[in-house]
Design a protein around this ligand. Sequence first.
Ligand SMILES: Cc1cc2nc3c(=O)[nH]c(=O)nc-3n(C[C@H](O)[C@H](O)[C@H](O)COP(=O)(O)OP(=O)(O)OC[C@H]3O[C@@H](n4cnc5c(N)ncnc54)[C@H](O)[C@@H]3O)c2cc1C
Length: 397
Amino acid sequence: MATISFDNTENAFAYKSDKDLSRAKFLFNTMNYPFFVPLGTRITPILVKGKFPFINKLIRDTIFKQFVGGESLEATKVTCELLKKYDVQVILDYAVEGKEGEANFDHATDVFIKVINFAATQSNIPFISVKVTGIARFGLLETLNEAPRLRSGVHDHEEESAELERVKDRMYAICSAAAEKNIGVLIDAEDSWIQDPIDKLTMEMMAEFNKEKVVVYNTMQLYRHDRLEFLKLSHKIAQQQNFLLGAKLVRGAYMEKERERALSKNYLSPIQATKEDTDRDFNLAVRYCIENINSVSTIIASHNEQSSMLGYELLKGKNLPFNHPHVHFSQLFGMSDNITFNLAKEGCNVSKYLPFGPIKDVIPYLMRRAQENSSVKGQTGRELTLIKREVARRKLK
Ligand SMILES: Cc1cc2nc3c(=O)[nH]c(=O)nc-3n(C[C@H](O)[C@H](O)[C@H](O)COP(=O)(O)OP(=O)(O)OC[C@H]3O[C@@H](n4cnc5c(N)ncnc54)[C@H](O)[C@@H]3O)c2cc1C
């Protein structure tokens, strides 16, 4: 039986002009230089604060253009429309990070609601993503995380402080706007030492808004050795409380930081011992969600070709429609077009995670992308090979 191929570069890069392709090739090549990314990720945040116009222009024309949709919500429209031509959907992400203070949290809430309203006017933006640290003080989440733990793994007995109430109100405002406009809200997973209150808040929102359809999704980081169990537990709670579970599956973006903290504070690292363990749990989570497709809606958020293929093959093997509303695939904008566009061609629900925000505010996001793409063995090697192959194919035409 014929199957999908993630090697088809013609599909993968059909949306890119020759110029776009050579810019991407230059960028991924540059990120491959051994000292470039370690040095760049240290000095770029400082240089950006220095407000040198040429630095901003350099960033805007290179890494920003590759990984970000624009500096404003309106600016993302061009990219959203381009993706739509290829049946690719969008998860819109207001990527401003690291801003604290009640005024900033209220402002971010307003922006999230604006993003929802904008998404509702476009036919290919089914989701927005939300970082709870964008609407809550990191220190508050840390304190809540320390509160006594229930057997379920979720904390209880925290003081229902006015500050926490305001966080809940913000979450509620975002989720109810989304429910009204039929847009999904994906709550990002963050550092393990603030994750329990994020999980708890998200479960509360799911219980409220996921009765008839899935509006709210939590994120499970399968690089944590406890998250497969957590996924199953979340499902059990959802069934007991009669709501649908939304589960975005990721491997996890903060591995080094997690390991270093565990080592320095002398506690057991929450991270799996090996990459194989992470891969195993991620794939088991994909299987679990698709096996429970009636009560779990999943987003397979990954650049891993085996995991994406597994999702596709499971749908096919079970004779489920590729565009089943409870299975969605997603890759970050600027990465793994070979997965996104080939899945879209097959009729799967697939999206690009498209961040936007002013350059100075999306630097942490960009630095994570640079780090992720700096190893020749890893993603960059694969991206470069595919880009070079497509450049060669076009030359032969
Ligand atoms: C749409 C989308 C949304 C995302 N949202 C989030 C989010 O909310 N929170 C978040 O943390 N991340 C998020 N990510 C990032 C994601 O967690 C991964 O960092 C990234 O996608 C790389 O993993 P991969 O599945 O693509 O595949 P791969 O490239 O196969 O895997 C790389 C990942 O494997 C894990 N890994 C690598 N080496 C080891 C090792 N030695 N031991 C154990 N594990 C190892 C790490 O998680 C690493 O990032 C998101 C990604 C996407 C595409």
